[in-house]
Design a binder for this molecule. Structure first.
Ligand code: ASP
Length: 339
């Protein structure tokens, strides 16, 4: 029998409407279990760890990612996989962060949650939870079929650092346009084995040093020099710059000067696109050719969530600007397609 650890952090899946305020607020895991008697009938052994403080995922932060990583580390040799119940709002940030923190992962770490509370009549929580457990416990020749961090939602398993929440009202809350779905659930579970990461048999290692000394600059036509300067010259180590199309910025001299000044001052700039599909291609247009020479790192087709958490992770690993840039541009956990 496979052994699964469920880690309950919170989210809509475990919320109930407060009769007084009518707002959704968290319930404990026992109350969740009461709504899913089917859990008892599963052909696997389930243990549950509930966070002391159950949270709406908008309150998620790197310290809590560290707590999650610590729990996974302490159970790693005792269980076959992990299912993490988490709010959908920041699920893609946590799954991306965990993908970087858990090096040489050989067991499934599957995030799920729901758009409706588990007690609601039309809830999506039961299917999400039951199938996430089934995928996590799926084995072939004694090995996990999905030995990576994933998000299971609405009949699909996505790579955790490739997905993002794109819809706050449909059950189909997540998408992963730059990487194929790993598992599709219908009458059968269809595993796309070619797209699932293979474990490399190196020892499992957990990294908890994340540096959140970062900022984001989202470009728009009409941005003033004052705004660009405030962010690019702020007192942080790394900046994720959300650019136009294939990684382009204005070529106006004032902007290039501010950007160059930031890099010369030691900051790391990671260029990702505001487009959700496709990739940054530095040098494709005149409006991005000087960025590469200046020392801007290309984020290729990384999601915003992957870029933010990778920046925090890499800043925790390296001090040297060039080495940081190299790591940012490298595919560390299947988070980018290198062009
Ligand atoms: N606000 C909730 C959360 O992220 C939404 C959800 O769970 O879907 O915790």
């Amino acid at each position: 029998m496979t052994k699964i650890l469920i880690i309950y952090t919170g989210g809509t899946i475990g919320m109930m409407t407060d009769p007084k305020t009518k707002a959704l607020k968290p319930i404990n895991f026992e109350q969740i279990m009461d709504n899913v008697p089917e859990l008892e009938r599963l052909n696997c052994q389930i243990e549950v760890r509930s966070f002391d403080k159950i949270i709406d995922s908008s309150n998620m932060n790197p310290d809590i990612w560290g707590e999650l990583a610590t729990i996974i580390e302490s159970y790693y040799d005792r269980v076959d996989g992990f299912v993490i119940l988490h709010g959908s709002d920041t699920m893609a940030f946590t799954s991306s962060a965990l993908s970087f923190m858990l090096e040489n992962l050989a067991k499934p770490v599957i995030f799920t949650g729901s758009q409706l509370p588990i007690s609601a009549i039309r809830t999506d929580a039961k299917e999400n939870l039951m199938t996430a457990i089934e995928i996590t416990s799926s084995m072939k020749d004694g090995r996990a079929l999905v030995p990576e961090v994933g998000i299971y939602f609405d009949y699909k398993l996505f790579r955790g650092n490739r997905a993002f929440k794109y819809n706050s009202s449909k059950f189909e809350a997540f998408r992963s346009p730059n990487y194929p779905v790993l598992v599709e659930s219908g009458v059968h579970l269809r595993f796309s084995e070619n797209y699932i990461r293979k474990p490399n048999n190196e020892p499992f290692k957990v990294h908890k040093n994340l540096v959140n000394d970062i900022a984001v600059l989202k470009l728009y036509p009409g941005m003033s020099a004052k705004v660009a300067e405030n962010i690019l010259h702020s007192d942080v180590r790394g900046i994720v710059m959300e650019t136009f199309g294939a990684g382009n910025t204005t070529t106006d001299a004032w902007f290039i000067d501010i950007l160059k000044g930031a890099i010369d001052g030691g900051k790391v700039i990671l260029d990702i696109s505001q487009c959700k599909v496709g990739a940054v291609e530095l040098g494709k247009y005149e409006t991005s050719s000087q960025l590469k020479d200046m020392g801007v790192a290309s984020g290729f087709d990384m999601t915003y969530e992957a870029a933010i958490t990778k920046m925090m992770f890499v800043l925790g690993q390296e001090q040297d600007q060039q080495k940081i840039n190299r790591l940012l541009e490298q595919d560390l956990r299947g988070e980018l397609t290198w062009y």
